[in-house]
Design a protein around this ligand. Sequence first.
Ligand code: HEM
Length: 311
Amino acid sequence: MPKPPTFQSPTATPAAIVDALKAVAGDPPKVRASFAKGRCVRGTYVPSDRAEEITRSRSFTRPSRVLARFSVGSSHSIATNRAPLLLRGFSFRLGDAHHSSDILTQSAPVHFAKTLEQMLACLKAHIPGPDGNPDIERVKAFSAANPEAMYQASYITAHPLPRNFAGTTYWGVHSFPATNSAGETRFIKFKVAPVGANVSPAESGVMADSDKLLHDDMEHRITSGNVRFSLMALLDRPGDPTMDVTIRWPDEDDRDEVRLGTIVITGLEPDQACDASIFDPANLAEGIAHPPDEIFAARRAAYALSLAKRR
Ligand code: HEM
């Protein structure tokens, strides 16, 4: 058997990328390298009766408690010459102690780089200078030479977010191999779809990215028992681009999808419950395997390094 590719780059190491993420964010001490502002919450997961058609993972086929974090990202997103484009994050851990899985999702269905080299170059192009802004000419030159690095920014610009975390749709971005109870494996993408919340975009001029506003709204909604999501699996078709996280599958919005289960957010948790460790993208119980792309392969190490820096 040929050895699986390891995707190691001599320059674009997880350490170099974590340093660049922090530099883009202005090097705030003791916070996450990305999605730094967030709120830790708890909830429940209840599987649908179709979950086992998709995966035999005990994380997704059994009811469980959920630890989760809603966050606002800036350093994953691309600054333009007008304003920074912001992403929201939703990370959650479900399953029991022996079969837990961490799923990290964001409010855009694509990532901003296809390779680690491109990710590092993109971040370096956006590091602010002494005036607090990135060099616009450098950003323009990077964007012109790397059109795929702009797909995420285009998506964010074309899809304004609602004024709340509860009405936001989140994507897992990567293509995950899922093995069902019959032993059949196919690729899925995770989508977290709001249930019953106002999903209309913020009126223009409203600070849709104000983390205080978002977090206050979240607290209010939890009190009224009103934060609920469907966890969806989008189903692959032959020939889907499973290695490129900058593009969506063809007609992705019209894909057959299966509801794996429902997540209900039931309370706030002390932030320490989320800050003491990481949501680890590589923590997946048997039945969902690691996506094969090179961006995914670097994530566990990057998150561990970020944790070490914020301790
Ligand atoms: C599809 C791609 C990605 C998505 C959807 C994503 C999403 C997220 C989310 C939601 C968080 C917040 C975690 C939390 O709530 O604790 C996060 C944090 C982070 N991400 Fe990503 N990310 C992606 C790719 C990457 C890549 C490729 C790297 C680096 C190689 C990276 C580095 C980090 C780091 C260092 C943190 C902070 C970890 C910590 O200190 O806990 N991410 N990401």
